[in-house]
Design a protein around this ligand. Structure first.
Ligand SMILES: [Zn+2]
Length: 400
């Protein structure tokens, strides 16, 4: 899936209509979720049937395009399946029991309920929610796209306004010129002291923007809290402060971090033919209070996803290896050399090999990766949707 994103500037009455469509989609989602909770064991068919009955019962649900209602049900299904999966895999910690949504930020149409204008610079929503015609602002030219390739249309609200996203079914590999093999392979270790160290001896320092932005973020958060009135309706000034906070949050949490990990991932993929990394349980790591800040800073799981995505796009191999003893073993002779987290240098008493702790680990990861080539599962296309990820990560828990 490819996402084309456009900014839109809806008029006040159009904003009302968009909000109403988002609310309806949220209503369907929450109703279907309730139905699943109350009726143990109901599956896909019953959930879709229940959706149909909702459309008969409520006029405002009927007004929303039927496919848009379906995507709301699909989102519940996805959440339910993820929950079952987590239980089956017995992942440590919370299993992610599906929750009701309170502040939905988007509504998603499929192939109906909208129409592009002749010159493809406007989109009209044709269901009975009355959103009407929106001008698509952005540099992407839709004239090069076949309408059948547009599989989803999403209207999305962020702290800085409204967006329309089109998901296109294109293979990312179609748009790439073949690149010459680099004849290099690399292993990478995610550090605490660094963002990552690789087996070629390079170090990528941790990005510091989060901590820098944090001060400003805290200031804005305090300003917001000061204006909060418990048990009373909130003032205009409170809402103003809240919006400023949300904007800052959007900038720090999403845009800067995403750009950073994307850049590092692309560089690694372009300069190597094989990239091996550790299959880390980020959840478990973030729980460790002392480490958590640098791990979330670094956005490790986002980084992995971009790595897999670019690997797929450029026809390179990415491998996740099991992170067992990678930092303890000696990459030169394979003997185990116990060390604590604070030991920064690997010194092997068996073969006298000396190396930086993280680079030694990266070498081990590369060795493991090379020994598993051929047994790997490659990324299935369509599972990764970079901008949907972005949307999720920027849903600051404040409705705007
Ligand atoms: Zn050794």
């Amino acid at each position: 899936m490819f996402i084309y994103e456009f900014k839109v500037n809806p008029k006040p009455q159009e904003i009302l209509a968009i909000k109403e469509a988002i609310r309806t989609s949220q209503f369907v989602r929450n109703k279907v979720l309730r139905f699943w909770m109350d009726n143990r064991g109901v599956g896909k068919t019953e959930m879709f049937r229940y959706n149909t009955s909702l459309r008969k019962e409520f006029k405002f649900v009927e007004d929303l395009n039927s496919h848009a209602c379906q995507t709301a049900v699909e989102r519940v299904l996805k959440a339910v399946n993820r929950f079952y999966d987590n239980c089956k895999k017995q992942i440590p910690g919370k299993k992610g029991y599906p929750k009701f949504k309170k502040y939905s930020r988007s509504v998603e149409y499929k192939v109906s309920g909208w129409k592009l204008s002749e010159n493809r610079k406007h989109i009209t929503f044709t269901d009975k929610k009355g959103i009407g015609n929106l001008k698509l602002i952005g540099s992407r030219d839709l004239n090069f796209v076949a309408i059948e390739q547009i599989k989803r249309v999403r209207i999305l609200r962020r702290a800085d306004g409204y967006y329309v996203q089109l998901s296109l079914q294109l293979d990312p590999r179609d748009t790439v010129l073949p690149i010459t093999p680099s004849q290099k392979a690399v292993g990478i270790d995610v550090g605490i002291k660094y963002f990552l160290a690789d087996s070629q001896g390079n170090i990528e320092p941790n990005p510091q923007f989060y901590r820098q932005g944090e001060q400003q973020l805290n200031r804005r958060n305090r300003r917001k809290s000061k204006k909060y009135r418990q048990g009373k309706p909130q003032s205009q000034n409170y809402h103003k402060a809240r919006c400023l906070y949300a904007l800052k949050h959007l900038k720090v949490s999403t845009i800067q971090r995403e750009e950073f990990v994307k850049r590092v991932a692309l560089r690694l993929i372009k300069s190597n033919d094989l990239v091996a990394y550790e299959d880390l349980n980020v959840k478990g790591m973030v729980k460790n209070r002392h480490l958590s800040k640098s791990i979330t800073d670094a956005g490790w799981s986002k980084f992995r996803r971009w790595l897999d995505y670019f690997g797929y796009k450029y026809g390179k191999i990415t491998i996740a290896v099991f992170p067992y003893n990678t930092s303890q073993n000696c990459s030169n002779c394979g003997e185990k050399v116990q060390k604590s987290l604070s030991t920064r240098t690997h010194i092997c008493p068996h073969c006298n090999y000396v190396e930086d702790r993280d680079i030694n680990a990266a070498l081990n990861i590369l060795q493991k990766g090379l020994s598993t080539v051929g047994h790997t599962e490659s990324l299935k296309l369509g599972e990764f949707d970079p901008l949907a990820e972005l949307e999720q990560s920027c849903s600051v828990k404040i409705g705007l």
